[in-house]
Design a binder for this molecule. Sequence first.
Ligand code: MF3
Ligand code: CO
Length: 247
Amino acid sequence: MITVKTEQEIDLMREPCAIVRDTLAYVGSKVRPGVTTAELDAYAEKYIRSRGAEPSCLGYSGYPASICASVNEEVVHGIPGDRVLRSGDIVSIDLCAYKNGFHGDGARTFAVGEIDEEKSKLIRVTEECFWKAVENLRAGTPLFDIGAIVQQHAEENGFSVVREFVGHGIGREMHEDPSVPNYGKRGTGVRLRAGTVLCIEPMILAGKRYVDVLDDGWTAVTCDKKPAAHYENTVVIREDGVEILTI
Ligand code: MF3
Ligand code: CO
């Protein structure tokens, strides 16, 4: 069931979402050659707690860290560890914070040092997919217009979209209805109502759309080992557009 949030509930979501925004910027400032993804996780956890929030990912279905850190061909749910980032890598940081009884959720893909043209185009197009999807989004928009727009922009640029992982509603739970795929057909799906809060999160692959999950049970990687990027924000559907809570 897709719940519509009251203005009071949306107001309570502002703080965890602002903490997500600020944590992503802070972790991004720590991304450089030589840092490990476990160090980035520690920075994030400490920062989230310093703001009086909890890292929602830690312990979620047994997930062992506060952030997901997915490097190069890792698409999502990369587990932080002793992997050292090197110039030329890209790293997608996805994290959630819980405060006031609500979750916020966001992701950014960062360049490590100097990256090649394919990776910088991938990061740019992934962010553009998000912005194009929200550009025409307002109360009454059919749900699958979001994915249709993301898919079209990714494919027009020679990239592909993941089918196995999707965006989602968010609120008192980290994952609420509806699922928000990054593919689909325009004009289909329920018409979104004002006050619906969604995580819109294009996961875009430089190569083919197929992914595997590693033996750790979490890390999704591209089958062809080409890089992937991720960009996510928590947004409120309004009568005349969207309000983005994690920017
Ligand atoms: N932010 C992720 C999402 O959008 C959550 C990561 S899954 C977890 O679904 F298990 F790591 F929490
Ligand atoms: Co999410």
